[in-house]
Design a protein around this ligand. Sequence first.
Ligand code: FRU
Length: 496
Amino acid sequence: MGSSQALRDARRYEEILEKVIGPLQRPLFHLTPRAGWMNDPNGFCRFGGRYHLFYQYYPYASHWDSMHWGHAVSTDLLHWEYLPAALAPDEWYDQNGCFSGSALETEDGRLMLMYTGVRLETLPNGKKKEVQTQCIAVGDGIDFEKYAGNPVLTEEELPAGGSRFDFRDPKMWRGADGLIYSAIGNRPADGSGQILLYKSADGLSWQYDRVLAANNNRYGKMWECPDFFELDGKQILLVSPQDMLPEGFEYHNGNGTLCVIGQYDEETRTFTEEANQAVDYGIDFYAPQTVLAEDGRRIMIGWMQNWDACAIREPEEPWSGQMSMPRELYLKDGRLYQRPVREIEDMRCDPVAVCDEVISGRVDLPGISGRCVDLTVRIRPKEGSSLYHKVAVRFAENETFRTSVSYRPHEATLKIDRKFSGSRRAIIHQRRALVEESRDGEITLRIILDRFSAEIFVNDGRQVLSAVVNTDPAADGISFYADGEAVIDVVKYTLR
Ligand code: FRU
């Protein structure tokens, strides 16, 4: 079981490479590939008392290539242990890649993976194109056997006009009726995106059901990596559209993640859209998947990287790509909110608090520094003084480097700027988000820093800005700046 030459090679290679990468060369608690390249989270689930997270993986180099599935497990979503690679491209139907997919526990206690098999086909004009089908592998949580009847979904089961070249990223769940459902990204004839719904009694034989959601050329083109779940009485569809156009301050990432909030009628399987928003307002976030924790929390992890900005990591670095902080999701006032998973509280130590500090110009605060920190900064105008123009928190700072997050209440814009974070490439380094509710100058930023990233949770998670930083870990300064006068409260924990 699980023993093709390609998989044995990958497993042997990653085991050796893992030992070459020192612990300080990796983040403290964000998952990176065991070796080489990582993109999307796959098969995020709970199985056998642990969380399993698979990922799009090319172990042999720090760039995207023929996709495998890497594998890691955790009990707290923050400390990960690598397991051997789960899938390698070793069958006729997935010879050019095992693309994204999901996992579900079978009734007899095994773990079933559904993924996209990719095979290059030579077209009549001589050009090669990827044909995508859906495939199954079942196993014990470490070794997986690809189903002899693969692929289980091909172009035969596409609705009229659906493209066999863009048909990928199945996300399975078990319905209240006991059937297994799968939402799969596809492109209809209009070149836009759509999410197709399939159903199955056993996970092996599948029928097309209906179009679950159609893009109709509203948000980008192809819709990748769907996830579909109930949250606080509503139904959420997460999709990652390719090639988005920015709208105001939303959707600036080219490839970004869209959250559609609506109602789902399980009987008729109709999803009615009510509202939508971007999921992340920073630079690096894509293709998230969620899991339901035992206590009912819906937890999301995304690939903390933008396809257009992968060059932030230098090609000779031994890994590329990392997962975001796991985030608890909830709805409030019709919006999706995200909070750092509460398990992070067990990693906090050495608290330092500063209260009612009036700042003007640059300020360093005693005891406030570090590169792996959980830092909350509450900012407000100074009574009796005119509204400040700008307040900034700067981190990963020394004489050469700094990354900052700054808020301008007159524009209600929050900006992350990583221009001086060690990147040697002319990729995007700044992003602004509109924070309307903070026009009065009151804003709370919870900043989670790890060695290679910053995630800013704004106003209790109403918005989040994520960005990779590549700054020398020795740059551990944190400072504050105000143009005008502002008052701040700061609480900092070292993460360990
Ligand atoms: C999204 C994606 C998926 C695909 C995978 C390939 O980042 O393009 O649609 O399954 O990456 O690695």
